[in-house]
Write a protein that binds this ligand. Structure first.
Ligand code: NAD
Ligand code: USQ
Length: 383
């Protein structure tokens, strides 16, 4: 099976491309490398030193003899996109290629507009390319659990049965996203759903939770294959940030009360979920939604777990409650379903202490690269 990984130079995409290539899929990566440019403009960098994509791919080929095709360009450029698709001829498209930071999308008007344009137009271009030339291709699109927000009822996988004035229907689950980035994912979901309905396309929306960890079987094979690990206040996500903060002796930056609860998963489960989704494609005309996370934790729970694991390694880990730069509920009900991927065979990794240890060890190994000025949040949701 031929799989094109859009956004394959990024955190989830790189690990996924190597995993699929290792499993024998014919893999191509399409990426415009814009994420490296955004980092450079913000003056931030991944904790782990990542090689240029061409060097990464050359090393992968030398090690395994399994070449991965590379298309460097922007999916907002339809001409480039369609030519790349014609050249590669994918059976599945895995679409990670978006601006994925909530804080980045909240910097100012330009960043909000750029995020929504990049994400919504890129996905629309893919849908039109599929309609015109690849109608049987299966789109596996990375959505986010944040599309649902934090409603005071259980969160279903994409759809909810509603009874209203004596009539019943199964409808898309209500969306209450918490940033202009998360909103872009909702717009994508609506566009993909509509395209499946009117053109008979097949798509799976993977509403992924927060990903943690850095090692997968493949990225651990060689230093040149190392994955990126973001820790700064814009692109770093909660648990990855906490581990790096612990390693450098910075108090853990819990925003507000820390009762914000989210779904999380190990990056080793991300790559496996994608494999499961492409092996079990949606039917033509079907817009399928899977909630892709393995465990639920509050931000406060995460901080306590890092403190415990760090202390066991001899670190002095303090927890700070910093003023919350975001507008979000800090204590709320959160109970989301996640059975569809488990039913298809996902065997989750859990955030056990030993796993935290390995993430902490990684943070210690590269802590000399940390820029201490980039730890505290600088982007506010308020004006
Ligand atoms: P990332 O920033 O590390 O990678 C995204 C990649 O897409 C980058 O290499 C970037 O250069 C590329 N890209 C962006 N816009 C593009 C365009 N217009 N054309 C071509 N390439 C483009 O992000 P990530 O953490 O790997 O996230 C990947 C996807 O997974 C995103 O869609 C994100 O919303 C989703 N997701 C991520 C997480 C997480 O915790 N990292 C959680 C849930 C969902
Ligand atoms: N938080 C802290 N301290 C920090 C960083 C974050 O308390 O130092 C809190 C935030 O306030 C928030 C929660 O942790 O309540 C999660 O924040 P995050 O930055 O880890 O994750 P988020 O902004 O939601 O975005 C990340 C990815 C995004 C993906 C999303 C999945 O960047 O691409 O869509 O996780 S989800 O959270 O399920 O929507």
């Amino acid at each position: 099976m031929k799989v094109l990984v859009i956004g394959g130079d990024g955190y989830c995409g790189w690990a996924t491309a190597l995993h699929l290539a290792n499993k024998g899929y014919e893999v191509g990566i399409l990426d415009n490398l814009i994420r490296r440019h955004w980092d450079a403009k913000l003056g931030v960098d991944t904790l782990t030193p990542i090689a240029p994509i061409q060097q990464r791919l050359q090393r992968w080929q030398d090690l395994t003899g399994k070449p991965i095709a590379l298309y460097v360009g922007d999916i907002n450029n339809y001409d480039f996109l369609i030519k790349s698709l014609r050249d590669f001829g994918p059976d599945s498209i895995v679409h990670f290629g978006e601006q994925r930071s909530a804080p980045y999308s909240m910097i100012d008007r330009e960043h909000a507009v750029m995020t929504q344009t990049n994400n919504v137009v890129g996905t629309l271009n893919i849908l039109f390319a599929m309609r015109d030339e690849f109608p049987d291709c299966h789109l596996v699109k990375l959505g986010t659990m944040g599309e649902y927000g934090t409603p005071n009822i259980d969160i279903e996988e994409g759809y909810i049965e509603i009874e209203h004035n004596g009539r019943k229907d199964t409808l898309p689950y209500p969306k209450q996203p918490g940033s202009f980035y998360h909103l872009s994912k909702v717009h994508d979901s609506h566009n993909i759903h509509f395209a499946c309905k009117i053109w008979g396309l097949r798509a799976t929306d993977l509403n992924q939770g927060i990903v943690y960890g850095v090692l997968t079987e493949e990225t651990g094979m060689d230093e040149l294959l190392v994955n990126r690990l973001d820790y700064d206040g814009v692109f770093g996500t909660a648990l990855n940030r906490f581990c790096i903060q612990a390693a450098i002796g910075h108090p853990l930056t819990v925003y507000g009360k820390g009762g914000q609860t989210r779904g999380l998963l190990d990056i080793r489960d991300t790559v496996r979920c994608i494999e499961i989704a492409i092996n079990n494609p949606a039917e033509p005309g079907n817009f399928r939604v899977f909630n892709q996370f393995t465990e639920l934790f509050s931000v406060g729970d995460l901080a306590m777990m890092v403190k415990k694991a760090g202390s066991a390694m001899g670190m002095n880990v303090e927890i700070d409650h910093v003023d919350n730069p975001r507008v979000e509920l800090e204590e709320h009900y959160f109970n989301a379903k996640n059975t569809k991927l488990l039913d298809l065979g996902l065997q989750p990794h859990f955030l056990s202490d030993s796993l935290l240890d390995s993430l902490l060890n990684f943070a210690v190994k590269y802590k000399h690269r940390v820029d201490h000025n980039e730890i505290l949040p600088k982007v506010s949701w308020r004006r």
